[in-house]
Design a protein around this ligand. Structure first.
Ligand code: CP
Ligand code: NVA
Length: 266
């Protein structure tokens, strides 16, 4: 998909419905552009514009969207809502981020690793910071691809045991021999803004900075799903430095999702 962006017209004259119940920059523009490149039409549905906002059920929405679209993407809070949509839809449903998962991001991250290192199998990725949706999806998707995942987070912010990921409170232990060091925001869209001060205090020792990156494997790259908060979870030096592949990662959202849509809709 990346080397031949217009090589597939799997969605020719078909629409994909994209439901946004949360903010987005990358997910929206990458899906929207990718669907156009596949010959299709992205139907952007902001909840407040639909009858969902006036109480129409997910079940009825799933029935109607399935009669019009080749696939449905949804960004929301609860996973149950995605599961309910998938239960009643007769077309594929894609999770575009929930409080607990962000699988499309993890796809782009694998592509970014593959571009940099050639093979995925045997690589190690260390995630430092909040044990959130992005960390969980990396653990799950990483395990499927043979990438060792270590997650460093403080007490109260660590993931449950998931997909064999190595869980530690020590960021330096996590980054040891890591080929990539990854971080994400300290306050996610589904977190209460009132927790921001406590999160900032607990997560500050987990900042992705030059010192931490230097403790990883030689040639390690820095990753962040974005949006970034320079000075908090990542320093400006790393975000714009030589070892980041963060802007490639953002672009790779489009290529990974196009491959997913081709797989689902062909
Ligand atoms: N990384 C990511 O999903 O970005 P957006 O929230 O801007 O879509
Ligand atoms: N963990 C972040 C990811 C944003 C792309 C959030 O859920 O807000």
């Amino acid at each position: 998909m990346k080397s031949n962006p217009l090589g597939s017209d799997v969605l020719k004259r078909r629409a994909v419905a994209l439901i946004f119940q949360r903010h987005s920059t990358r997910t929206r523009v990458s899906f929207e552009t990718g669907i156009v490149e596949l010959g299709g039409h992205p139907m952007i549905l902001r909840t407040e514009d639909t009858q969902l906002a006036r109480g129409e059920s997910i079940r009825d929405t799933a029935y109607v969207l399935s009669r019009n679209a080749a696939a449905i993407g949804i960004r929301t809070g609860p996973d149950e809502l995605v599961r309910e949509l998938a239960q009643y839809a007769t077309v594929p449903v894609v999770n575009m981020l929930t409080a607990d998962h962000h699988p499309c991001q993890a796809l782009a991250d694998l592509l970014t690793l593959k571009e940099n290192f050639g093979e995925l199998d045997g690589l190690k990725l260390a995630y430092v910071g909040d044990g959130n949706n992005v960390a969980r999806s990396l653990a799950i998707v990483g395990a499927l691809a043979g990438v060792e995942i270590a997650i460093a987070a403080p007490d109260g912010y660590q993931l449950e045991p998931v997909a064999g990921a190595e869980l530690t409170a020590d960021p330096y232990e996590a980054v040891k021999n890591a080929n990539a060091v990854y971080t994400d925001v300290w306050v996610s869209m589904n977190d209460s803004p009132e927790t921001a001060a406590a999160r900032s205090e607990a997560l500050h020792p987990y900042q992705l900075n030059d010192e931490l990156l230097a403790a990883a494997a030689p040639g390690a790259i820095a990753l962040h799903c974005l949006p970034a908060h320079p000075g908090d979870e990542i320093t400006e030096q790393v975000l714009y430095g030589e070892r980041q592949r963060i802007w490639d990662q953002a672009e790779n959202r489009r290529h990974g999702q196009k491959a997913l849509l081709e797989l689902l809709c062909a």
